[in-house]
Ligand binder design. Structure first.
Ligand SMILES: Cc1cc2nc3c(=O)[nH]c(=O)nc-3n(C[C@H](O)[C@H](O)[C@H](O)COP(=O)(O)OP(=O)(O)OC[C@H]3O[C@@H](n4cnc5c(N)ncnc54)[C@H](O)[C@@H]3O)c2cc1C
Length: 396
């Protein structure tokens, strides 16, 4: 079998072609409509499900494909090539962040009721951790879930904010406090909550970018949730979240590298079209050298992300590398898109040009899913204080 790199074989590349075709034919032509309407039709998730894309990492028993992680890498790289940060976010949050906990430590019943329909694209999922008064500091969340006297239900009260897929999604993996504030990070749990439950109020937020993804503030007033919707063990939620953040950050890094490459590809094409002073602007050395820098930055980032993906596939707890990958790639993509837009001149500032959308979309990359400051904090703790992280899921 022909090897395409250290990581990809021919099957991965064939798969890449099929995802690229799907993105070219069934996603990109709808860019304007989805960005303007600020939502993706539910039918698109169903189509993604039909094609098997939403089940790449999940077991066949629940409709998944059980493919190796490199298929997910290919899928995410191609997803980012749609040029809509919002679409890439909506799909990747659903697939790799919201249902991941259910797949890892959820009961068989939860997997049947939520993982299987999410894999099929029949239900859209969200992950709600952030609250109006607690973002970076996850252990400070205040949304409570109190067991009823009979013990068969939780009653949820609180507010979450900035929740991707929160407005139109069907269910949410919700981080809640099941033990008083004094318990800190030892008092958090994860619950699956249907978003059409009585007592749930959703308000759509107006963002500067990622327009095709919907982002919501969600209020929970006396929302009754079956105790069977608890994911894994009670009061272990913080540790589940911390472990899965590695995958979340790796996903963000893969999307960032591919998004930066797309911006470069658009720019290379433009350099070859646009003329000034009687020559193509790609002939000017000032621009050529900047492009060389950009291409180098992207390639360095790509190889580090691939290496981190490889470590991840070895089952290692790659907190340091995933944090470095998220930090380096989100900052890199911001620089790259800014530089690329410059070479479009005035057209770069006009909404008809996708680089303008990329400029709006890229800004949130260093904030969402763990800010650059938080990534630096984590890396500093490992590098300076020799803090070590252990796996959580497989501790039962
Ligand atoms: C478009 C969008 C989509 C999102 N999607 C989701 C989602 O689906 N689910 C979800 O749960 N959340 C989501 N988020 C929330 C996102 O993860 C948080 O915004 C992020 O974690 C930062 O939290 P915060 O906004 O409360 O900022 P804060 O925690 O209040 O931070 C404010 C500033 O202080 C800095 N700071 C905080 N602590 C430290 C420290 N110890 N050292 C140095 N600096 C520090 C931060 O880096 C930041 O610059 C989304 C956010 C956006 C904007």
């Amino acid at each position: 079998m022909k090897r395409y790199s250290l990581y990809f074989v021919e099957e991965h590349e064939l798969f890449r072609q099929s995802v690229r075709q799907f993105i070219d034919k069934e996603v990109i032509p709808h860019t304007e409509a989805w960005e303007t309407n600020r939502r993706i039709p539910a039918s698109v998730f169903q189509r993604l499900g039909e094609l098997g894309y939403l089940g790449l990492p999940y077991p066949e028993e629940f409709g998944g494909v059980n493919a190796d992680f490199w298929y997910s890498v290919v899928f995410l790289e191609e997803l980012a090539r749609c040029g809509m940060g919002g679409f890439s976010t909506a799909v990747s949050v659903h697939q790799y962040m919201a249902v991941n906990h259910i797949a890892k430590v959820g009961s068989y019943d939860l997997k049947q009721r939520y993982l299987a329909p999410a894999v099929a694209g029949h239900k859209v999922a969200a992950l709600a951790i952030t609250e109006p008064d607690a973002g970076s500091d996850v252990s400070a969340i205040r949304t409570t879930a109190i067991r009823t006297d009979t013990g068969d239900e939780f009653v949820v009260n609180g507010t979450k904010t900035f929740i991707s897929n929160g407005t139109y999604g069907d269910f949410v993996t919700l981080a809640v406090r099941t033990n008083g504030p004094a318990a800190g990070s030892n008092g958090l749990s994860l619950l699956v909550v249907d978003l059409d439950s009585p007592g749930v109020t959703r308000t759509k937020l107006n963002k500067i970018g990622w327009h095709s993804s919907d982002t919501a503030e969600i209020r929970f007033d006396e929302v009754r949730v079956p105790a069977a919707n608890l994911i894994g063990q009670e009061n272990k939620g913080f540790y589940y979240l911390m472990e899965s953040l590695q995958l979340e950050r790796l996903v963000a890094a893969i999307l960032s590298v591919s998004g930066a490459q797309l911006a470069l590809d658009w720019t290379l094409q433009y350099l070859n079209e646009r003329e000034a002073f009687g020559k193509k602007i790609g002939a000017f050395q000032a621009i050529r050298h900047k492009i060389a820098d950009v291409a180098t930055e992207i390639e360095m980032a790509r190889q580090f992300v691939y290496h981190t993906c490889w470590l991840f596939t070895q089952g290692e707890t790659v907190v340091k590398e995933c944090s470095m990958a998220k930090l380096a790639t989100s900052e890199m993509q911001k620089r790259v898109v800014d530089t690329c837009l410059q070479f479009f001149g005035g057209y770069g500032y006009i909404e008809d040009y996708p680089i303008a959308r990329a400029y709006r979309d890229v800004r949130v990359g260093t904030i969402a899913g763990g800010s650059s400051e938080i990534m630096r904090e984590i890396i500093a703790k490992i590098v300076i204080d020799a803090v070590a992280y252990k796996p959580v899921y497989n501790q039962g």
